[in-house]
Design a protein around this ligand. Structure first.
Ligand SMILES: Nc1ncnc2c1ncn2[C@@H]1O[C@H](COP(=O)(O)OP(=O)(O)O)[C@@H](O)[C@H]1O
Ligand SMILES: [Mg+2]
Length: 273
């Protein structure tokens, strides 16, 4: 069965289990044992409906990456349960993941890196060329196929990482501070592109950041976490205009500025509480 067939099938099973929906019930995660035990997150209850763009914001060390790894299935919760589309997450299969550093194969070409993702995603070789072109166009890397990773900029490398995460046609994409290491201008461009890409593909997105500005620009909903062990301090729907809007106009609007201030305050007081 191809992954798109799997997606179609999952869509038929009802709202609570819609493809790409995320559900955390009383999730706690601890690292270590005995006296060395660190409770990193929880308890967290969180439901992300299919198609939502959720941004998790919180101070460094509050458990954002842990939460994302639990959703990806890279870690198992110590208590509680994680369900994706109604089932337990399967690491490497349930979600496309983008990390802060791109984690590409530097000696390979852009094409080689994307093809590897297509192979892991189980896409038939006959479809690679078409699918690769589509993915690279989507992240603004047309014509870069033969460049080696060490020959392209940090921003372009992160674009390859995003293309790779989109390669598997799963309905969930997870991003862990993907733009934190980039310069401000590149970061803004990538934010604009991610906003468009996710709107076009309709995938559920969970995006981690410590930037209130980034959260408000990207999210259709923002969840602010308390300091470690992170729990939900604020759950805020974002009602800024979506779709075709001028990014600069949006960033300069009164609504944007007001929301950014509100989220920044919430992050600060959640970190201090
Ligand atoms: N592999 C690990 N082993 C032990 N402790 C860890 C591990 N990963 C994270 N932690 C601890 O868990 C807490 C949350 O970390 P993390 O999820 O990385 O937070 P964030 O991504 O918000 O900065 C921190 O106290 C951190 O030191
Ligand atoms: Mg982190």
């Amino acid at each position: 069965m191809s992954s798109s067939e799997t997606v179609t099938k999952a869509v038929e099973v009802g709202d609570a289990e819609r493809a790409g929906s995320v559900r955390l019930d009383r999730v706690t995660h601890q690292y270590g044992r005995g006296r060395e035990t660190v409770t990193a997150v929880g308890p967290v209850d969180l439901t992300v409906p299919a198609g939502e763009f959720l941004v998790l914001v919180g101070a460094s060390g509050c458990g954002k990456s842990t939460l994302l790894r639990l959703i990806a299935g890279f870690e198992q919760p110590t208590h509680g349960s994680v369900r994706i589309s109604g089932a337990a997450p399967r690491p490497g299969q349930t979600a496309g993941v983008v990390f802060q550093s791109p984690r590409l194969f530097p000696w390979r070409t852009v094409r080689g890196n994307v093809d590897l993702a297509l192979r892991y995603a189980g896409v038939e070789r006959a479809r690679w060329k078409e699918r690769r072109a589509e993915l690279l166009a989507r992240v603004g890397l047309e014509g870069m196929e033969e460049r080696r990773i060490w020959e392209i900029s940090g921003g372009q490398q992160q674009r390859v990482a995003i293309a790779r995460a989109l390669a598997a046609e799963n309905p969930l994409i997870l991003l862990d501070e993907p733009f934190a290491a980039l310069d401000a201008l590149t970061r803004e461009r990538l934010q604009e592109d991610v906003r468009q890409v996710t709107a076009q593909t309709g995938r559920t997105t969970v995006f981690v950041t410590h930037s209130a500005d980034e959260a408000v620009f990207l999210g259709s909903r923002i969840v602010v976490l308390t300091k470690s062990p992170g729990t939900v301090a604020l759950d805020l729907p974002i009602t800024l205009p979506t779709g075709k809007v001028d990014a600069d106009e949006l960033r300069e609007s009164a609504e944007f500025t007001e929301l950014r201030t509100r989220v920044a305050h919430a992050v600060k007081s959640a970190a201090a509480a």
